[in-house]
Design a protein. Structure first.
Length: 270
């Protein structure tokens, strides 16, 4: 087995521990990878404003792919280098279709992630703190940003079939991603996924799938894992993800990604 040129890894539930942080062992493995010329690219569902906590661990290129592939971000400055957003007309149509299948306010809770932050409907329920100055609107369509990285769809009542229901309602208009968050659909442009953006960004640097080892834990990682030359699921990953990869490594709480990256470093060191 040859060493990869690139390690592409999801963050939450994969690289990061249960506390959402980079452990000492993982931090050391990332530094060692950079020292032998292996680039590590974070490929995450997180919005760009949630990358501050991991900024110090992106070496060399200083880039992360966020919002499930809708943006490529320079981590140090949070400048958006590439944006693959949805226009307002598409978001408005998706919002209408979501309400048609889920019901009115309370049953359908909508928000949009964009380069400037997040906009939420007043009845949107989130477990995450809302940044100061975040706008709240009665209907999402009242204040769309021009380019939406992700449309977020929540339900007032748990719906185990939420992702399938939205995928059926949206058809070819959108990609419905499941990052493991409960009762949340994350909606992107139909041609956008972690895999499409990663593949395009790396191709521009002369790097092919065979040169990439990829890591994940949730269904939204599957396109990237299927594309990469070598794929790994952490032991805490969904069963469908474990079944789709070349190898299952230890769980995120056991520094599973770090253990494999250490193997990659050993291979690169000869």
């Amino acid at each position: 087995m040859k060493a990869p040129r690139v390690v592409a890894t999801d963050l939450d539930g994969t690289l990061l521990g249960a506390d959402g942080r980079v452990s000492a062992r993982t931090a050391g493995a990332l530094v060692a990878a950079a020292e032998v010329g292996i680039d590590v690219v974070f490929v995450t569902a997180r919005p760009l404003r949630w990358l501050d906590d991991v900024a110090e661990h992106v070496a060399g290129h200083g880039v992360a792919i966020c919002s499930n592939g809708a943006a490529v971000v320079e981590v140090a400055t949070l400048a958006v280098l590439e944006e693959h957003g949805m226009d307002d007309a598409l978001v408005s149509e998706l919002a209408r279709r979501a309400r048609d299948v889920l019901g009115g306010p309370g049953n359908t809770q909508l928000a949009v992630e964009h380069a400037g932050g997040i906009t939420l409907e007043r009845h949107y329920e989130s477990e995450h703190p809302t940044p100061d100055g975040t706008p709240f609107v009665e209907r999402l369509e009242d204040l769309l940003p021009g380019s939406t990285l992700k449309l977020l769809v929540r339900t007032g009542t748990p719906r185990p079939d939420l992702h399938a229901l939205l995928a059926d309602a949206f058809g070819p208009l959108a990609t419905v991603a499941d990052s493991g968050a409960a009762d949340l659909g994350e909606i992107s442009r139909p041609d956008v996924s972690k895999a499409t953006t990663l593949a395009t960004w790396l191709a521009g640097r002369g790097i092919a799938a065979d040169d990439v080892w990829a890591f994940g834990d949730a269904p939204n990682d599957l396109p990237m894992l299927r594309w990469a030359g070598r794929s790994f699921a952490v032991a805490n990953a969904r069963r469908a993800v474990q079944d789709a990869v070349h190898e299952v490594c230890p769980a995120n709480t056991d520094d599973g990604v770090a253990q494999v990256v250490e193997r990659a470093v050993a291979l690169a060191s000869g």
